[in-house]
Ligand binder design. Structure first.
Ligand code: APR
Length: 229
């Protein structure tokens, strides 16, 4: 049976594709207070601002292309069963060719009903406006997990992490829970790699290797090594 590689990715893997990370920006997120644009309260207070904020993110996302880091992870599927658990809402992993991606924090190119979270829709272009309704007539919102909201796919991610034969963390400051705790579910004997030019503080544990490099270079090298095993 193929070995399973589980990857936890964060904003840093998309940095070289031109998508800004979160914590490199002084608490501001593309010029906005995170709490104003990424919380249910922010949406209630000023839905137009929040919709417009995500419209801009979608416009940027459409221009971005997967980089060598995303491509290296996709290539690992030649030999491994690869599951990517990403905190990113962009679709660059999928566009690079990865076939099993779990979006812990939602997906930029999907909308969902404000009345019924199970009503989720693929978006055609970049724009979501006030007055865009679900099939039951309620306003649509971005299909993003905002601060203060539950992370429904966390249980699935934990199950995958517990079954990993190899675990890779890339481009995340590990500042946001529950995602940041995923490595705690990985068995001691499993090789663990952290790829980040400015690696986050990770508790010392067995079989941990830090690769202090950007995602493009670090993951390309790591994938070559793993494919050669
Ligand atoms: N390659 C790899 N890593 C990089 C690169 C790069 N080229 N450039 C920056 N990084 C690293 C930074 O060193 C940092 O450790 O990416 C990490 C980015 O951290 P954050 O900005 O905190 O992003 P992330 O961990 O994904 O944030 C988690 O917070 O705001 C929320 O919901 C949002 O999903 C997001 C969550």
């Amino acid at each position: 049976m193929r070995k399973k590689i589980v990857v936890l990715s964060g904003a840093g893997i998309s940095a070289e594709s031109g998508i800004a990370t979160f914590r490199d920006a002084d608490g501001l997120w593309e010029g906005h207070d995170v709490m104003a644009v990424a919380t249910p309260e922010g949406f209630e207070k000023d839905p137009e601002l929040v919709l417009e904020f995500y419209n801009q993110r979608r416009k940027n996302g459409l221009q971005a292309k997967p980089n060598a880091g995303h491509l290296a992870l996709a290539k690992l599927e030649q030999k491994y069963n690869v599951v990517i658990v990403t905190q990113n809402v962009d679709n660059l992993h999928e566009r690079a060719g990865s076939t099993h991606v779990i979006h812990l924090h939602g997906e930029l190119f999907k909308s969902r009903s404000t009345a019924d979270p199970s009503l989720v829709y693929d978006m055609e272009g970049w724009e979501l406006k006030l007055g865009d309704h679900c099939e039951k007539g309620s306003q649509l919102r971005p299909n993003i997990v905002w601060f203060g909201e539950a992370v429904p796919l966390m249980d699935t991610a934990v199950m995958e992490a517990a079954l990993a034969d190899i675990f890779i963390v890339v481009g995340t400051s590990l500042a946001v829970y529950p995602a940041a705790g995923l490595m705690d579910y990985v068995a001691d004997e499993v090789p663990k790699y952290v790829v980040d030019p400015n690696p986050p503080p990770v508790r010392k544990r067995p079989n941990l290797q830090l690769i202090a490099d950007k995602a493009s270079a670090g993951l390309t090298r790591l994938a070559e090594e793993l494919l050669a095993l």
